[in-house]
Design a protein around this ligand. Structure first.
Ligand code: CP3
Length: 332
């Protein structure tokens, strides 16, 4: 069993699990090389050979104990009928949402369209050592909805008008996401991370319905199926405590705005992961080591998974990441 799974399931303190969000990505020249030959990002996500190769790139380079499958949360709206395009330097662009079209989707077609993702997981699991975990992931309903309905930071006032549509799509979306989780686990994934990257956009009063409740339904589904989960409700500050108590995931990824001492004190019966600001990797080695040691010291007597408070930034020097991993491995 991988250290990641041992920590999440048995709370085994002596294991050391290190992995990074976006560990397969643009900061790696070997990824850039593949990417430059594959200008269509969505097509790349449906190429199981290349997804397998990209997933293993950071594993070959660094002493990591888990791989995260190369894919994207936006493949879900894409296969549900809302074509996704990635505009260079502008991010994702989705076709207009059509409720009828969305509701007319069939689960069988959904699974068939995502076959290349499951195939990539099968291929990767075969090539990955048994003691390394393969993490698969989904976007939480609210985060997917922000892209599907085009909810932007400064447009939250219009959220009220969108509530009726959101209510109609949340349940079917949860159902598709659970199907996607099950299919990924059947293909060989060991752990599921649930990204609610835009949870921080929500008013406190909307968190129960739009964040806690959907995450909780998905985590319950995973518990029933003995699938370990790590949630990441980014940007909700001290509401992490409420989130933890209502959703009860196995693991919780801290974002870089959270005070790790507060987190240790207030987030109980859950394995904590990450927290360090990804921009720290732009600093000198001394600053990086000092910051990493801060997290390791705070969490030294509880199960802790080393990671960051968000994904590795594209400008990161891979050498710095290598030094950080070696430093973390050296600590007791
Ligand atoms: O290494 C890994 O972590 C696995 C691969 C992974 C990608 N996306 C590949 C990717 C994962 C886990 C994701 C999750 C994802 N995708 C999230 C949640 C995590 C987070 O970052 O908050 C979100 C919100 C998305 C949606 C998305 N995909 C955006 C907004 C963008 C464009 C801007 C950006 O952040 O890169 C993508 C594209 C994307 N997904 C790239 C990669 C490597 C960059 C593609 C490129 O231009 O080469």
């Amino acid at each position: 069993m991988s250290d990641l799974k041992k920590i999440l399931i048995n709370k085994n303190l002596t294991c050391k699990s290190i992995w990074f969000m976006r560990q397969a990505g643009r900061y790696l020249p070997e990824f850039q090389d593949i990417r430059s030959k594959n200008p269509n990002f969505i097509n790349l996500c449906f190429n199981s050979e290349l997804c397998c190769e990209i997933t293993l790139q950071p594993i070959k380079r660094f002493d990591l104990d888990s791989a995260i499958i190369f894919s994207d949360i936006l493949l879900i709206p894409h296969v549900l009928g809302q074509k996704v395009k990635f505009i260079p330097n502008k991010g994702p662009n989705l076709n207009k949402f059509e409720l009828e079209k969305f509701l007319n989707n069939k689960r069988k077609n959904f699974t068939e369209k995502l076959f290349p993702v499951y195939d990539a997981i099968r291929k990767t699991r075969k090539k990955l050592k048994k003691n390394k975990a393969l993490i698969a992931f989904i976007g939480a309903p609210w985060t997917l909805i922000t892209y599907m309905l085009g909810v932007k930071k400064n447009e939250l006032k219009s959220l009220k008008d969108k509530k009726a549509v959101i209510n109609k799509i949340t349940e079917p979306l949860i159902d598709y996401l659970c199907t996607h989780i099950k299919n990924q686990v059947n293909a060989g994934a060991d752990v599921i991370q649930i990204f609610d990257s835009w949870a921080g956009l929500l008013e406190n009063s909307d968190l129960p319905d739009l964040c806690y409740e959907p995450n909780s339904k998905i985590v319950s589904y995973c518990k029933k199926n003995q699938i370990p989960t790590i949630c990441f409700p980014k940007g909700i500050g001290k509401n992490y405590k409420d989130f933890n108590e209502k959703v009860r995931p196995d693991g919780l990824n801290l974002d870089y705005d959270l005070d790790p001492n507060w987190a240790k004190e207030n987030l109980n019966d859950v394995v904590l992961q990450g927290g360090m600001h990804p921009e720290i990797l732009f600093k000198s080695d001394e600053v990086i080591y000092k910051e990493a040691k801060k997290y390791l010291d705070i969490f030294k007597d509880v199960p802790y998974i080393f990671n960051l408070g968000h994904g590795i930034l594209p400008e990161t020097n891979p050498e710095k990441l290598d030094k950080l991993i070696k430093f973390v491995r050296k600590q007791k």
